[in-house]
Design a protein. Structure first.
Length: 146
């Protein structure tokens, strides 16, 4: 099995068996993001305990890329200090900006490296980034008390 096929399997597995899907009623900040170019939607609930991301729950509709990406994000960032989590988001954004040339750092991104191939397709990058931008927005709003 080549790496692209393995990555496709990771994405499909997260799409079919999403982690942390289902909004929990207790949260620090809730955000709703839409990708107007394709209609994908994500509502993300972020729970902070001090500086720690204690929970991320979400619900959404859309393509396998957007839904799998937020599943991976939620599992990857829970338990991290939110400053560290924002560094992971930045690393993922760099991978998405690589135009297919980046492989991603598996030590930082874990399963999110599966989206390396998505960066070759500009129309799909927004799908992969939807949940990540929602997380970044939720942290920003929580920091500024909005």
């Amino acid at each position: 099995m080549d790496l692209d096929s393995l990555y496709q399997e990771v994405i499909l597995d997260h799409y079919k068996n999403p982690l942390h899907k289902g909004l929990v009623p207790e949260y620090t900040k809730q955000v709703h993001h839409v990708n107007p170019s394709c209609g994908d939607e994500i509502t993300l609930n972020l729970t902070l305990d001090g500086d720690t991301v204690s929970n991320i729950s979400w619900d959404g509709v859309g393509c396998s890329i957007s839904q799998a990406s937020v599943s991976i994000l939620s599992d990857l960032l829970i338990g991290k200090d939110y400053h560290q989590a924002l560094g992971v988001v930045e690393t993922f954004q760099e991978l998405m900006a690589s135009k297919g040339k980046g492989q991603g750092d598996e030590d930082i991104l874990e399963d999110a490296v599966a989206f390396a191939g998505v960066s070759k397709f500009p129309a799909r990058i927004k799908c992969a980034l939807l949940g990540w931008m929602a997380f970044k927005d939720a942290v920003s709003q929580a920091e500024h008390g909005k």
